[in-house]
Ligand binder design. Structure first.
Ligand code: AMP
Ligand code: TRP
Length: 344
């Protein structure tokens, strides 16, 4: 197997309501990975139009996600931050991957089934082939590591399947053209820690989501301290105090979710949180959680507001990032064209 240099890639859709699950499951990890890796972070606006989105909202949301990246500590100079549609190589590679991926593979994607619901006939073709575009995002940079929340695991397995099938189908051409044994890496998902699946504050069996009709179900990154306090105060819980062990916590999804959130925000484990809070009633634990959440989120929220007041500056960051991303993606696409047999 060819050795690939380590490179991190991840994406977030600009679909509004950026929430605590996005922050703890993804963005906070993006920040930490910058220390020891080359990272590329993308606002995936082409994914965002797989279901209807008002053009004005799309532009605002794209700037909002960019602001959240930077306010959280992503450095767009040392690393690369851009929006997907500015680098058309993603779409080009996605087409080739549409011809590599099988209908059966895509039909098994649970996110498509959830999002399309009972009216699959009316879902866009883009919603169905969404994972091919996601594989193209990652593999245009031959990224080796992808930090995401738990809900993206299946899409990353599909990315590996596509890479593997491309490597096999075009194996002889890859070798003949001098690209080694395998052209694409089998990308590793990075899904770790207590907050890979942050749940709704209203229902511990549903994940926190941008599209939940209830605003009380999620903390959004732009919530002010009073709103954060109100949402945690109203968060659904059970009447028992916090247990002293993980086994008992497992049977109480709402309690487990709040403990996970506390652990992720304070960068400890749930064991450590239980060691401090076992026996506490929610009337005591919730205020501690609010205090922690406000301490961590308020600086991000105010920096986001500051950045969003100057959209021109954000747009410059995105176009500068796109210029740098394009150089890498173009190189991959030129090689892919040679391998596939396209004349260029
Ligand atoms: P999306 O908003 O779907 O583009 O998601 C952006 C990132 O946030 C992806 O890595 C998701 O896996 C992650 N994410 C979304 N919702 C949650 C959640 N409730 N808990 C943890 N991670 C999440
Ligand atoms: N599908 C991801 C989500 O909904 C977003 C995404 C698009 C992505 N392309 C990606 C994530 C590439 C990681 C890598 O959350």
């Amino acid at each position: 197997m060819t050795d690939f240099p380590e490179r991190v890639f991840s994406g977030v859709q600009p679909t509004g309501n950026l929430h605590l699950g996005n922050y703890l499951g993804a963005i906070k990890k993006f920040v930490a990975l910058q220390e020891n890796h080359n990272c590329i972070y993308c606002v995936v606006d082409m994914h965002a139009i797989t279901t209807w989105l008002d053009p004005k909202e799309l532009a605002t949301n794209t700037r909002e996600v960019t602001a959240a990246f930077i306010a959280s500590g992503i450095d767009p100079e040392k690393h690369i931050v851009f929006n997907q549609s500015q680098v058309s190589e993603h779409a080009e590679l996605a087409w080739i991957f549409n011809c590599v991926a099988r209908m059966g593979w895509l039909s098994r994607m649970t996110q498509f089934k959830d999002k399309a619901g009972k009216t699959q006939e009316k879902a866009s073709v883009g919603l169905f082939s969404y994972p091919s575009l996601m594989a193209a995002d990652i593999l245009a940079y031959r990224a080796t590591h992808v930090p995401v929340g738990d809900d993206q695991k299946q899409h990353l397995e599909l990315t590996r399947d596509i890479a593997q099938k491309f490597n096999n189908d075009f194996g002889p051409s890859i070798k003949e053209k001098g690209y080694g044994e395998a052209f694409f890496p089998l990308t590793e998902p990075l899904i770790e820690g207590p907050a890979t699946r942050v749940m709704s504050l209203r229902d511990g069996s549903k994940k926190m989501s941008k599209s939940d009709p209830s605003d009380l179900s999620r903390i959004v990154l732009t919530d002010d301290p009073d709103t954060i306090a109100k949402k945690f105060r109203k968060a659904k819980t059970d009447p028992m105090p916090l247990p002293d062990n993980l086994e008992d916590l497992k049977t109480r999804p709402e309690a487990e979710n709040l403990v996970n959130i506390y652990a992720a925000l304070s960068e400890t484990s749930k064991e450590a949180v239980l060691a401090d809070y076992a026996g506490f009633e929610f009337s005591k634990f919730k205020p501690a959680l609010v205090e922690l959440a406000v301490e961590k989120l308020a600086p991000i929220s105010s920096e986001m507001h500051r950045l969003q007041a100057d959209p021109g500056h954000i747009d410059k960051i995105l176009s500068n990032g796109a210029d740098r991303a394009r150089v890498i993606a173009r190189e991959t696409l030129d090689a892919v064209k040679d391998i596939v047999g396209f004349i260029r």
